[in-house]
Write a protein that binds this ligand. Structure first.
Ligand SMILES: Cc1ncc(COP(=O)(O)O)c(C=O)c1O
Length: 385
């Protein structure tokens, strides 16, 4: 029995929540990637303590936070870095955009693996770059990279914007995959930008491997982006960090900040330190709960809507649902109108994925059950009106 209660969740209506403001109050929102759970009490206490000092000027990361991240990366992933390798950022999304701006010139190509998180899909276009989409391929067991296609793509691309664990499929790249990618990037002199924001939420006791941890020479061509935001449910505090071991690459990355990317949120820095230093037990508990939600969703879909194809994700709290067999013209609009469910439309992750929806199961299991029931009831009425 967990010391934390994830079976109840605070009412988030009228709290300025993006997730809970997009749709009318009768719509259950399951779109943007934050969870409905209260954050770890250790984080709340740290923020309260900081409020006791009533000055909230521009912030800078303190040595304790850098040291904590160094310890965490070594103990959790066996990756040894130096405190000075860390660059704090107001988000992972600004981080991968800064990386592209710093190192690529208009016309060059960036490899991405579709379907993919919308801001990654869009990022190359912000800098006049071409996106070279190499889709993940679906087998019986779920999604995985197609190595031949990847090798071809990497030979043409100036950078690989990797997302590991992958949003929206929940695929976790294996050490072997990453070795293959790293070797191909070495051979073609390709920059690796690795968005690892979901790295602390890998299920089934499986490891997460930061690609930069494979070898120092791979680290030298890699910008790794991480944050406590997804895992500890603090994305509204807008704090993330890059790890860049090569000083020249780090300087170029920092140079791309000018005029665009401001300093980091004071409270976000406090919360990040408390998360990594004090909230490990909460992380383990939420991971167990999310894993049981992942499996519950599979059972409920099988029972009520077997026409939806679902490969349980290996990480995080996002389910990528193939509704193609249901014959709906646009599943997201259908479920919004008829089930009062706010899902993410598949085409946001690539034009060819319009028959998919992404469902966020970072909610209580009762809410998740209710969501599938709403979908099943809506489908039962489909074509009858
Ligand atoms: C893969 C991935 N990268 C980046 C982000 C956004 O990160 P941030 O809010 O730190 O910009 C998300 C949010 O869902 C995500 O899933």
């Amino acid at each position: 029995m967990s010391a934390y209660d994830f079976t109840t969740a605070p009412d988030r209506l009228d709290t300025g929540s993006m997730k809970w403001s997009r749709y009318p109050a009768d719509v259950l929102p399951m779109w943007v990637a934050d969870m409905d759970f209260a954050v770890a009490p250790e984080i709340v206490s740290a923020l309260r303590r900081r409020l006791d000092h009533p000055v909230f000027g521009y912030a800078v990361a303190q040595a304790a936070l850098r040291e904590q991240i160094v310890i965490d990366l070594e103990t959790r992933f066996g990756w040894r870095i130096e405190p000075g390798d860390i660059v704090f950022l107001p988000g992972v999304e600004p981080g991968f955009n800064m990386a592209l701006k710093a190192r690529l010139s208009p016309g060059e190509k960036v490899l991405i693996q579709t379907p993919i998180y919308r801001p990654i899909l869009d990022a190359p276009g912000h800098w006049g770059l071409g996106a070279l989409a190499v889709p993940l391929v679906r087998g019986e067991q779920g999604y995985a990279p197609d190595r031949d296609a990847l090798a071809d793509g990497l030979a043409q691309a100036r950078a690989f914007l990797l997302c590991n664990p992958h949003n929206p499929t929940g695929y976790v790249y294996t050490r072997d995959d990453l070795g293959f990618i790293a070797a191909a990037c070495e051979a073609a002199d390709t920059l690796i930008i690795s968005d690892e924001i979901h790295c602390d939420l890998v299920f089934d006791g499986s490891p997460h491997v930061p690609i930069a941890s494979l070898a120092p020479e791979i680290a030298r061509r890699t910008i790794t982006l991480m944050s406590a935001s997804k895992t500890y449910n603090i994305p509204g505090l807008k704090t993330a960090f890059a790890v860049i071991t090569d000083p020249a690459l780090r300087n170029a990355f920092n140079g791309a900040r000018s005029g665009l990317v401001d300093s980091v949120n004071l409270m976000g820095l406090e919360a990040t330190l408390a998360a990594y230093r004090d909230a490990g037990p909460w992380r383990s508990a939420v991971l167990d709960y999310l894993q049981s939600n992942r499996d519950h969703l599979g059972r409920e879909l099988q029972r009520l809507i077997p026409g939806i194809r679902y490969h349980p994700p290996e990480a995080s709290f996002l389910a990528w649902l193939d509704c193609g067999a249901l014959g709906l013209p646009h599943p997201q609009s259908f479920f919004l109108k008829n089930a009062k469910l706010g899902l993410y439309a598949g085409e946001a992750f690539g034009a060819e994925y319009g028959s998919f929806v992404r469902l966020n199961f970072g909610c209580t299991q009762a809410v998740l059950t209710n969501a599938v029931e709403r979908m099943a009831n809506a489908l039962a009425g489909y074509g009858q009106d």
